[in-house]
Design a protein around this ligand. Structure first.
Ligand SMILES: [Ca+2]
Length: 254
């Protein structure tokens, strides 16, 4: 393994006293560049984090993860939230196409802030506000998926569904996300515990049947205040999809 070191040719290009400084500066610049390009690479799911869309952005909640945009992408709508004036909410629109994005009331987040080990972070559920404006009931579920194989993945897992009646007005729902609370989302689901320890994607969707794929439908759905529940908070609504009183929901919105 020992490689004999050849005699290094003398190079007069730089004064030796300058080279270490230049090299160090280059390394520092490269490190700074990498840090700037990957500012979120060290982020991960944190108990208590909440997406309220008050920044006016979708906070990286998207319908498709393949890059193809749906005909009507998820959009932030001013004054549409449960608190009324000044409260922004996320509106999903599906136009019922059977193939490609745009046909389902589904929204995903694969950013580092919503990824990582939910179990290590003590995140055991999701609480969110949702409004069904349609003339038909919807069934809301939360799903989690692991990383793409060959990385260790437990596959796609989904919560039990909660039916929201037609024209529901704003409701607050909780979804338990412990391994024993989840259902396999498709045939590739092998271990809910493994997925929860290494989440790559979280989704919220209208899915009457217990599958990862939402239903093809024409309609809309509004979301707000999507929060990663720390363990103690989940005791408030341990059952999947427990409806909480609006007064309680108002309390958590400060
Ligand atoms: Ca809001």
């Amino acid at each position: 393994m020992h490689r004999p070191s050849p005699a290094r040719p003398h190079s007069p290009r730089f004064a030796p006293s300058h080279r270490p400084g230049r090299r160090l500066a280059t390394v520092v610049a490269l490190v700074a560049l990498v840090a700037a390009l990957l500012p979120s690479s060290t982020e991960a799911i944190t108990a208590g984090q909440i997406d309220d869309y008050q920044s006016g952005t979708t906070q990286s909640w998207v319908e498709g993860l393949s890059g193809a945009l749906p005909p009507v992408p998820p959009a932030v709508v001013a004054n549409a939230g449960p608190e009324g004036a000044g409260d922004f909410a996320l509106r999903l629109t599906a136009i019922g196409v059977a193939v490609g994005p745009g046909g389902k009331l589904v929204v995903n987040n694969n950013q580092p802030r919503w990824a990582g080990s939910y179990s290590a972070a003590g995140v055991n559920g999701i609480i969110l506000d949702v409004r069904n404006p349609n003339a038909f009931p919807v069934t809301i579920r939360v799903g989690v998926d692991g990383p793409t194989p060959p990385a260790a993945t437990g596959g796609r897992w989904i919560t039990h569904g909660v039916v929201l009646p037609a024209s529901s007005g704003w409701q607050t729902l909780t979804f338990a996300l412990r391994p024993q609370d989840l259902l396999p989302g498709d045939a590739g689901a092998t271990s809910a515990a493994t997925t929860l320890a290494n989440v790559a994607v979280i989704r919220i969707m209208h899915a009457p049947t217990a599958t990862w794929q939402g239903a093809v439908v024409t309609g809309q759905l509004e979301l707000d205040d999507v929060e990663a529940l720390p363990e103690p908070s989940l005791a408030l609504g341990m059952l999947a999809g427990t409806f909480l009183l609006r007064s309680l929901a108002s309390c958590r919105r400060r």
